[in-house]
Design a protein around this ligand. Structure first.
Ligand SMILES: Nc1ncnc2c1ncn2[C@@H]1O[C@H](COP(=O)(O)OP(=O)(O)OC[C@H]2O[C@@H]([n+]3cccc(C(=O)O)c3)[C@H](O)[C@@H]2O)[C@@H](O)[C@H]1O
Ligand SMILES: Nc1ncnc2c1ncn2[C@@H]1O[C@H](COP(=O)(O)OP(=O)(O)OP(=O)(O)O)[C@@H](O)[C@H]1O
Ligand SMILES: [Mg+2]
Length: 277
């Protein structure tokens, strides 16, 4: 088992960290994946949004290594709901990696949407999703122009719970860390040299002031990861899961509910079956 000491919380019900060999194999697999997607698209590199959070930071480190720093373009896109700390961390990541980056203030763009439907502008979720979707449009604006692909930063924990904005941060060409639970994203990030303060930063979708993933989902990522790995992805029944790890039936039910309610986000938009006319 890998020895990084600070990836797991003290109360983590399950240690999902990869062994050193598994971690290095995963690292190389993701580097190759990024190169394959870019080459397969005939593209000249990649664009990604930098939020100062661990998912985009880890993805940026991996992509800079896979593609070369000159082929990665970062967009830092602040609005009134983003903390200055996160935005300066995002710039710090770009500067540390020596990649090209732009800071694009998206508040005026979002305000145009809010002015169009003022009655929706005070709806925290609807308005928050506007920020997320505006970022997606800008990522593709730059990518189209520069013959680059858009790198997603989604991880497995988010994908299985639907914890992303449909056609927002999920509007991407690939998700290099998409098979890693959050705990494993932190582990891989530390492994590729991401500074420790970013590795252990509190996750936030940055859709409204003070939002954190764990408050909104109602549980710590280490608990979520454990239930996903054993019960949603894995074969253990609810009772067997409760026998194995220190989680409640309510927590398991909540995760299953998130998983089932978000099925539509993991599929292409459905259409009626063709009629046999
Ligand atoms: N059964 C169904 N079949 C087909 N479509 C269905 C549907 N149920 C809802 N929908 C559609 O989906 C829409 C709701 O989905 P959506 O628009 O995504 O919005 P929603 O899931 O309500 O909100 C997004 C969630 O993702 C979180 N998030 C967003 C962005 C980034 C991050 C992060 O971690 O950084 C987290 C955010 O905090 C929030 O909890 C509905 O308005 C409807 O259009
Ligand atoms: N202000 C922002 N500027 C640029 N990109 C952003 C911004 N906010 C979010 N994003 C993009 O949206 C993605 C999804 O956000 P998400 O919060 O899930 O990831 P994160 O911020 O990288 O990590 P964490 O989940 O730990 O906060 C980010 O990884 C980033 O690519
Ligand atoms: Mg974030």
């Amino acid at each position: 088992m890998s020895t990084e000491p600070t990836i797991l919380s003290d109360t983590a019900p399950l240690d999902l960290r990869l062994s050193d060999d598994e971690l290095e194999a995963t690292h190389n697999h993701i580097l190759q994946f990024i190169r394959d997607v870019v080459d397969g698209a005939g593209a000249e590199g990649a664009v990604l949004g930098l939020s100062g959070g661990i998912d985009s930071t880890a993805t940026a480190y991996l992509a800079a290594e896979a593609l070369g720093k000159e082929n990665l373009h970062g967009l830092v896109m602040p609005s009134v709901v983003n903390s200055d700390e996160n935005m300066s961390d995002a710039e710090r990541v770009a500067q540390e990696l020596e990649i090209e980056y732009d800071v694009v203030e998206i508040q005026p763009i979002a305000e145009t949407f809010f002015d169009t439907f003022p009655e929706a502008a005070n709806d925290r979720m609807a308005a928050g999703n506007v920020y997320v979707r505006v970022r997606g449009v800008l990522n593709y604006f730059v990518a189209n122009h520069e013959n680059k692909i858009v790198l997603g930063t989604g991880n497995r924990s988010e994908a299985l719970t639907g914890y992303f904005t449909k056609y927002g941060d999920q509007a991407v060409d690939c998700n290099p860390i998409g098979n890693l639970y959050k705990q494993q994203v932190r582990q891989l990030a530390a492994h590729v040299g991401v500074p420790q303060d970013l590795v252990m930063k509190t996750p936030s979708a940055g859709m409204w002031t003070g939002q954190t993933d764990e408050d909104e989902m109602g549980m710590h990522y280490d608990t979520l990861d454990a239930i996903l790995a054993l019960h949603v992805d894995g074969p253990l029944s609810k009772s067997a899961t409760m026998d194995h790890i220190d989680v409640t039936g309510e927590q398991i039910d909540r995760v299953v509910e998130l998983y089932e309610q978000s099925a539509h986000k993991r599929q292409m938009p459905p259409a009626p079956e063709p009629l046999d006319l």
